[in-house]
Design a protein around this ligand. Structure first.
Ligand SMILES: Nc1nc2c(c(=O)[nH]1)N[C@H]1C(S)=C(S)[C@@H](COP(=O)(O)O)O[C@H]1N2
Ligand SMILES: [Mo]
Length: 236
């Protein structure tokens, strides 16, 4: 498959993210997605309610801004546009014009997406990956997946959706250190992989070699906190 500029294929699909070595957050007994902001009446939508929406399946590569791509993943879930039109939009105060959506994970991670990008055809709230329920490594119980944008948009362990009428102040993570790191990276507002929109201001060619260096350490740390393959099984 052709890759977007500056990307290289990685074997498999590693756990990767600002969680580093920390294990995935515990999944609550009755997980829900809280919806809040921009005059919307706050509500918690049980994840089980997603079953009321039409199923959506997408096959796509996954591209991390650091430069690795995992090929041909098959995600199942519901289209974010269906979720937005049926569940969110009816609760928005009339006249409020939503421009940005914040997607927050159980670990506190947050991505911010333009509404028009979030409503894209290939954006899903996924509960299954390659025919299996999502595991902790990849975002249990549900995650956002927006394959046309860099992976940092695709919040894992989705538990909260914020509605904004203008771009919210940068706040990517409750940990000051991780937040500082993400501010340095200063993610592009659109983050479209084919436009190579990595950083808000710096050109992609400058960042490629720098970002590439952080892949191994983050991947190594993330793997330590994640699901461990059974290395004693020499048949694999
Ligand atoms: N909740 C949460 N979601 C997250 C992250 C994170 O640290 N926490 N990291 C992001 C980044 S930078 C990438 S590349 C992808 C990696 O997804 P994976 O671990 O399923 O490969 O998750 C994104 N979503
Ligand atoms: Mo990433």
């Amino acid at each position: 498959m052709t890759l977007p500029p500056g990307q290289r294929v990685i074997a498999g699909f590693p756990r990767f993210g600002t969680h580093f070595h920390r294990p995935p957050p515990a999944v609550p007994a009755n997980p829900a997605i809280a919806i809040a902001g921009a005059g919307a009446e706050p509500v918690a939508v049980p994840v089980a309610d997603l079953a009321r929406l039409p199923r959506r399946e997408i096959a796509a590569d996954f591209h991390c801004v650091a430069g690795w791509s995992a090929e041909n993943l098959r995600w199942e879930g519901v289209a974010f546009s269906d979720f937005y039109r049926t569940i969110i939009e009816p609760r928005v105060r009339p006249g409020a014009s939503i421009s940005h959506i914040g997607f927050v994970g159980l670990d506190g991670y947050r991505s911010v997406v333009l509404l028009e990008d979030a409503l894209g055809d290939d954006v899903v709230i996924a509960d299954r990956l390659n025919s299996c329920a999502l595991d902790g490594d990849h975002g249990a119980p549900v995650r956002l997946v927006s394959p046309s944008q860099y992976g940092f948009i695709s919040t894992k362990h989705l538990c909260r959706i914020e509605l904004h009428t203008s771009e919210p102040a940068a706040r990517y993570h409750p940990s000051p250190l991780i937040d500082f790191g993400l501010r340095l990276v200063w993610p592009h507002a659109r983050a479209r992989v084919w436009e190579e929109e990595r950083h808000r201001h710096l050109p992609a060619w400058l960042l490629r070699p720098i970002y590439r260096r952080i892949i191994s350490p983050i991947r190594f740390a993330s793997g330590r906190g994640g699901h461990q393959p059974d290395l004693s099984d020499s048949s694999v």
